[in-house]
Design a protein around this ligand. Structure first.
Ligand SMILES: Nc1ncnc2c1ncn2[C@@H]1O[C@H](COP(=O)(O)OP(=O)(O)OP(=O)(O)O)[C@@H](O)[C@H]1O
Ligand SMILES: [Mg+2]
Length: 361
């Protein structure tokens, strides 16, 4: 026994000659909110659909609550699924949509009423119960779609990009709703998205996927601050982490990364192992870890190219070591184009990757 809610063991899945997932392993803890994050076509939906039982796996096993469900029907797995396209029955009212599955399952009417009322309360859609889907906004429809999973009283919720059809404002509102839902229900949730903000804000842990392979599985702050490889580092963060190709050099016992003839001292970098001189590396620094006109270990002169005031933040674009970089400072600090300034890197927050393996060093 363990406290895993869902376990994926050596899962492989091919569509004909095309292998999408190969010996993938993933354990999701009881009550955990796990986000599968990756760009289009990386296999997120495929993995979710295997867990849901909508696809037959080519190899491997799936356990839900320690039960081997690999060959069980979707309806017997104790899961509720919410899709990107909400696919409500247009001729039925909201109430009809919520109760339909329960009627088919021949639950007693009193129990159906109780569950529908509870879901409607949690999702705040009581005033909409008598309406048809065509009389609802996109966000309201999506709430009903979530409600349909909710009434089933399942152990595990599976969400496949449930918010991607909504406009930005609704998306951020429903994001908060989903977080609140998880905080009150404490169910296990597996949530697929290609939106890094959704992933960072909702997840207990994020699995970053690329080409069917999990690149890193960790809590959002670890993913953001300690990316395991160049792909994860570049995928998370907006604007993207600044990357500099260079080489480690020894300057009288001190290690630096030399980039286009400019030295960046490595003293404060939390390296995992020895930094051998001559090693080709990629130095990654997030925009907010570039300090502007602050006393720092190492000062570099630069000139502001573009300023993008964003309200709370101010984004500067400038050239350093022959390369365009982005810098995030407080919105109240303004720098007009052409203004000279001094930059330093917070190396304790930097990431350094081997240029060949692209793994963190
Ligand atoms: N029925 C199918 N037959 C053949 N190939 C498929 C099939 N379904 C998916 N694929 C392929 O499998 C890969 C993974 O698809 P999947 O739908 O899991 O991606 P995804 O990560 O969910 O992408 P998106 O963000 O666009 O939804 C893609 O390359 C896709 O073209
Ligand atoms: Mg998908």
């Amino acid at each position: 026994m363990n406290n895993n809610s869902v376990s994926v063991r050596d899962l492989s899945l091919s569509f004909g000659a095309v292998t999408v997932l190969e010996t993938l392993n993933l354990d999701i803890k009881d009550g955990e909110f796990l986000v599968l994050l990756g760009s289009s076509g990386c296999g997120k939906s495929t993995l979710l659909n295997c867990i849901a039982g909508l696809l037959d796996v080519s190899d491997g096993q799936i356990f839900i609550k320690d039960r081997n469900v690999t060959w069980e029907e979707p309806k017997d797995r104790g899961i509720g699924m919410v899709f990107q396209s909400y696919a409500l029955y247009p001729q039925m009212t909201v109430e009809g949509n919520l109760s339909f599955g329960l009627k088919v399952a021949k639950l007693p009417q009193a129990e159906i009423d109780k569950r529908v009322a509870r879901a409607a309360e949690i999702l705040q859609i009581q005033p909409l119960l008598k309406r048809k889907p065509s009389e609802l906004s996109g966000g309201q429809r999506q709430r009903v779609a979530i409600g349909r999973a909710l009434v089933r009283d399942v152990d595990v919720f599976l969400f496949d990009e449930p918010l991607s059809n909504l406009d930005a404002k609704l998306r951020s509102e429903l994001r908060v709703e989903i977080k609140r839902l998880h905080q009150s229900l404490k169910n296990t949730m597996i949530y697929v998205t290609h939106d890094q903000i959704e992933a960072l804000t909702l997840a207990d842990r994020i699995a970053v996927m690329k080409s069917g392979v999990i690149q890193q599985l960790a809590d959002p702050m670890t993913i953001y601050n300690m990316p395991e490889n160049l792909f994860v580092a570049g995928f998370i963060g907006s604007p993207s982490m600044n990357f500099f190709r260079g080489e480690i050099k020894d300057r009288g016992g001190r290690k630096v990364v030399e980039i286009n003839g400019v030295d960046f001292a490595m003293d404060a970098y939390p390296a995992r192992g020895p930094l051998e001189a001559g090693r080709k590396v990629v130095l990654g620094v997030r925009p907010e870890h570039v300090k502007v006109d602050e006393p720092g270990a190492e000062i570099h002169d630069a000139v502001v190219d573009i300023e993008e005031p964003m309200g709370a933040d101010n984004l500067l674009w400038l050239k350093l070591a022959g390369q365009t970089i982005s810098v995030r400072i407080a919105g109240s600090r303004r720098y007009a184009p052409g203004k000279a300034l001094q930059l330093s890197f917070d190396m304790s927050m930097a990431s350094v990757f081997d240029a060949v393996t692209e793994n963190r060093i």
